[in-house]
Design a protein around this ligand. Sequence first.
Ligand code: NOJ
Length: 542
Amino acid sequence: MQQWWRDAVLYQVYPRSFADSDGDGVGDLPGITARMDHIRDLGADGIWLTPFHPSPWADGGYDVADFRDVDPLLGNLDDFDALVGSAHERGLRVVIDIVPNHTSEAHPWFRAALAAGPGSPERDRYVFRDGRGTNGDLPPSNWRSTFGGPAWTRVPDGQWYLHFFAPEQPDLNWNDPGVRDEFRDILRFWSRRGVDGFRIDVAYGLVKDLDDPLRDLVLVDGGRNEDIAANPDHPLMDRPGVHEVYRDWRRVLAEFDPPPTTVGEVWLPAERRIRYTRPDELDQTFNFDFLLTPWDADAYRRVIDASIADAAAVGTVPTWVTNNHDLVRRVSLLGLPPGTDLRAWLLADGRDPLPDLDLGARRARALALLALALPGSAYLYQGEELGLPEVADLPPDALEDPRWRRSGHTDKGRDGARVPLPWTPDGPSYGFGEGGSWLPQPEGWGRWSVEAQQGDPDSTLSLYRRALARRGDFAAEPALAWDPDLNRGAVLAFWRGPEALVLVNTGPDPVDLPRGEVMVASTGLDRALPGDGAVWLRRPRA
Ligand code: NOJ
């Protein structure tokens, strides 16, 4: 039997920002259940839920205090079961996040580690070390946290603990057998509750080279760790030993029928990333190379060919990702003038230059038709089906992302992609809930609402619905064939099966449109495919 995930479209739900059932301003699990028809009507095959576990929310829930429960703000385990039941009734799969690299500082294990003191088995579940310098008052190594600042924090008895992310997220020690047992058990716990898969946070982390003396990293840009891509022997990431964890997890998941699927977050160059999807490891990894490809036909041709070949070499399929909760929304990114230094843009307070949102929206619609036409599975992020732009001007006192705090208030972080969804053109929090919303929604947010778009055949929501409905015509076809005549210059042109021709025009000028039945188009067509437009045509392949 074909594994369901091989051509699936997964819709990423960021629970705090999807729908709020109790008016407290925070989205919750009953809110998701109540809005499940939106995901079914969109035509997705399933949802990926980012963390909903008990958490102090120091990093959007990626600081988990109890891996086997639901945060009371978001509901309880009965609500989770109801959500899974409602998804399954509609034929939707449920993938949940698992966060094995670190816990919250509020996790009982970390509290026990602090209480038990140096040298204890409780501390050995984490990475505690004495400091350098005469009184140990310098961190044990120069490693930096990805959110800024040192990767070590000192505790009152003088030891330091490692946190690759925020200080509220102490790293676990994967050399400790108890840590390994715990995660086997967590996988079983949720698999028994009926989940269909796991998205693995920082899947290339976990195992670290912690042999003394700890190896300092080269620091770049005045205080960031060197890029992992530049260091094949990085002490913190992509250690050879991490692969054994996934071989072990595959055996655990094989206890279930069918075994839940796995998709790893692996920010590595493709040749290192694909090792995580060897046949006895994970099923998939997110294809961030595609996500970071600039709006350029040649660049897309290269990344598409490479992604397909890389995945095939290890017996899996590529994933096509165009948005997620960690990146500026695509509509805004694609609207920036060519050559904009993205990092500098992200760091700048006023986000200067402002993106051309009309241009970005046209390109984002075309990109959706590209991503959804490619062989493999696609991951959508809530709100992209509405064409939501990044909210770049959130008031500073509303920002929650630890990157804002840890960067000394220079990096606004990721909250602009996490603003609660608009469901209605107006009303309290635009239909998100009966109360406010934990991040302020900008004025006029309702113009992108589901209600405002659903009757409009030209809306982005209607485009996504049509595309997902028609994708079924060819999704099971394993291959893509570039058209020898049409695929050139700014135009991507490829066939999916004997009858579906996909055209994407990344240039500014219109190009001739071959004859055929228009299955779906990102833009109006007048015998030409306009610049920054895409179309799926049905016509016999010569
Ligand atoms: C990746 C998640 O997507 C991100 O949101 C989080 O901050 C880090 N991992 C740390 O868990």
